[in-house]
Design a protein around this ligand. Sequence first.
Ligand code: NAP
Length: 287
Amino acid sequence: MKKFKNIGIVGLGLIGSSIALEIKKRKLSEKTTGFSRRLETLKKAKEKGLIDEYFQNFEEGLKYLDFLILATPIEIVKEYFTKIKKEGSKVLVTDVASIKEKIVEESLNILGKENNFVPSHPMAGSEKSGMDGIEDNLFDEKYVIITPTDNTDKNNISVVEGFWESLGAKTFFLSPSEHDKLIGLTSHFPHLMVYSLISLFEKYQKTDVLFRCVGTGFSDTTRIGKSNPDLWANIFLTNKKNMIYWIEEYEKALQEIKELLLNDSFDKLRFNLSQLKMVRERVDEKE
Ligand code: NAP
């Protein structure tokens, strides 16, 4: 595993600060440099010992780095591609954005075909946001999806793979469009579904009684409805094509269950639920 001289992290929220923590703990770099929007965040990260130094001026700090991780909200990533391009920097760059098609398209448009960007998405996180959501060992045994293009430098890919593995993660590859479709189903759509479920709750919360009727099923299922609205509104719209696809598939699935109910098909319903229970159990086995 390559030891870095100076890793830069832009955005020290839940993901960026959790990465910084692992870099320090595992001594993966001689130095960690932080960049963020607010000075307050940078000072806090330094006080906590997550970073060694920070720069408010990105261009100034960029020149000292041998690896840069973009951990900002999705819509901000392209601003950093533009700054990198403007500086003519050849630094190795990765990101953590939950959307890949748009990010890869922006990287190609701004940095050109031959660039030093290796797109990544760690399948780790929570409903929390900001540095207060920092989590020890967040990436341990988690998958990180790497979505290179045909032009992505092979050596850069293996350095980025090695980096995630040194954080305890496991990596695999998908194309950016496959990523957005599959993660659309396993991450983006569940959030959308939960928000729509909570909207039903909201509609019927005439009195406190409904709140008293909440059991663990509703609480567990809707936990992700406490996630950052800015982040998720952005993800839903950026991955609109796949969201619409999964909404339509889900409507069909609901319709099938509705018909079984209308036909009082206990045996078929029970059979279907048993099959689905087995599928869900396989998800736990994978973990
Ligand atoms: P977050 O906790 O809200 O943190 C975002 C950070 O970005 C904050 O530190 C913020 O800075 C900084 N930032 C905002 N605008 C900026 C700008 N213009 N320049 C520099 N820094 C800026 O977000 P997060 O949950 O860590 O998500 C970050 C990325 O990780 C997103 O792309 C998301 O898709 C991806 N991701 C998230 C999860 C998850 O579960 N949350 C999982 C996997 C991947 P200040 O603190 O200075 O305001």
